[in-house]
Design a protein around this ligand. Structure first.
Ligand SMILES: *Cc1c(COP(=O)(O)O)cnc(C)c1O
Length: 419
């Protein structure tokens, strides 16, 4: 009798083993990008992960309810607590970052703010670097103060100031690498030693680098964050975010996430999964084209300065080479001339779109002085290093010569003809 039960139990586990998600941790990166996290057996034998467009999940009967509430049976209950597409995306992103665990959010900011809130209480102190994403910096330096959380903003790259800024009540150090728009690179080895010395958590927004170019968790960072809106989804068509790290930390974030409710909807998450399948291919093109564009701009007579970590002229080129496999798709540069030269340059672009964001297949360009920092006066902007002719180019995956040709013709027209 007993034997039979055991056989039944083992059969059951065989069956569930067949439906084990593909974790594929030892497989190649592009294999994981296509398959990781998906169930081997899917609804109606479909190759793609189905979109389960529902806000709630039915129990078969009262025993089914009890199996879930009392015995912890793994299943879905209500849409705010997760959905099948989101579960697959989280597993895949964990596999791509070699993380123990991951939570997916409705936007990058939702991921960042939920993560920050999960680890602070009043009387705590946090440290953030000064060229962090504008909304993250605003949240840390103004909103958190309302709840009695103190924030020190440290100049990026000043490791002595960072070390000094940490206090006994400091909960974490938050930074980015590379940063926007100057593509500064954080030396993660130094971050690790400062954090270990003071026993504080570290969080890195790695949106600009992506898990192909840099793996912060492998450098000892505790939590890695991404706006999946950018390279990971990659098509300028959705908003999404994610945080990865050790399970005990991610569990704390997940708990708050379920209350705050920045969940990604099933359809949107499907687009993230779809985008991830071609992410390694796209990223390789972004890396190669951006480097070629950066080299072209550096030689251009109408360009005064180029910032790209793959160029030897970049102040953090050595760290970037040590820490990164590729240098990403964003190139920042300054053109010669005035604010009007920059506007003329933008107005003559035929292929590149004037638009915020980055990481999609289309090449986008922004002029930080009139877009991100439109609300600052010239003096404030210059104090932040945002000059009149600074341009941020998010290189897409179009033909490299077409992108370079478009930039070249617009640059030539940025010069005002004097008769
Ligand atoms: C875009 C971006 C964010 C915000 O992400 P959303 O998906 O727009 O909410 C945060 N950090 C960095 C570095 C970004 O580029």
């Amino acid at each position: 009798m007993r034997e039979k039960k055991e056989i039944m139990a083992s059969r059951k586990s065989d069956k569930s083993a067949m439906n084990e998600p593909n974790r594929l941790l030892s497989s190649g990166f592009s294999t994981r990008a296509v398959h990781a996290g998906e169930d081997r057996l899917r609804y109606a034998d479909s190759i793609t992960t189905p979109i389960v467009q529902t806000s709630t999940y039915a129990f078969k009967n009262s025993k089914d309810v009890e199996d879930y509430t009392k015995h912890g049976k793994a299943r879905f209950e209500y849409g705010r607590y997760g959905n099948p597409t989101e579960q697959v995306a989280a597993r895949r992103l964990a596999a791509l970052t070699n993380a123990e665990d991951c939570v997916v959010f409705s936007s990058g900011m939702s991921a960042i703010i939920t993560t920050i809130l999960a680890f602070v209480r009043s009387q705590d102190h946090i440290v953030i670097t000064d060229d962090a994403y504008k909304k993250t910096l605003e949240f840390c330096s103004s909103y958190l103060q309302r709840f009695g959380v103190d924030c020190t903003i440290v100049p990026f790259g000043d490791y002595a100031a960072l070390d000094k800024a940490v206090r006994p009540n400091t909960r974490f150090i938050f930074s980015e690498s590379p940063t926007n728009p100057y593509l500064n690179i954080f030396d993660l080895e130094r971050l690790k030693s400062i954090a270990r010395k003071h026993n504080v958590l570290t969080m890195i927004d790695a949106t600009f680098s992506t898990p192909i170019n840099q793996r912060p968790l492998e450098w000892g960072v505790d939590l890695e964050l991404h706006s999946c809106t950018k390279y990971l989804a990659g098509h300028n068509d959705i908003l999404a975010g994610a945080v990865m790290g050790r399970k005990e930390l991610v569990d704390q974030i997940r708990k708050l996430h379920k209350a705050i409710g920045g969940v990604i909807d099933p359809h949107c998450c499907y687009l993230l999964l779809r985008g991830l399948k071609t992410f390694p291919l796209r990223m390789q093109t972004h890396n190669e084209t951006a480097l070629a564009v950066a080299q072209f701009l550096e030689e251009h007579p109408l360009v005064s300065r180029v910032y790209y970590p793959g160029l030897e002229s970049h102040p953090h080129h050595a760290i970037a080479k040590r820490q990164m496999l590729g240098f990403g798709g964003v190139v920042t540069f300054e053109i010669k001339g005035t604010l009007n030269s920059a506007k003329r340059f933008l107005d003559h672009l035929k292929l590149c779109y004037i638009a915020p964001s980055l990481g999609g297949v289309e090449t986008l360009i922004t002029h930080p002085a009139t877009v991100t920092y439109y609300d600052c006066n010239r003096k404030q902007r210059y104090a932040l290093g945002i000059t009149d002719t600074l341009i941020r180019l998010a290189v897409g995956i179009e033909n490299r010569d077409d992108i370079i040709g478009d930039l070249d013709q617009a640059l030539r027209k940025s010069v005002k003809r004097t008769r």
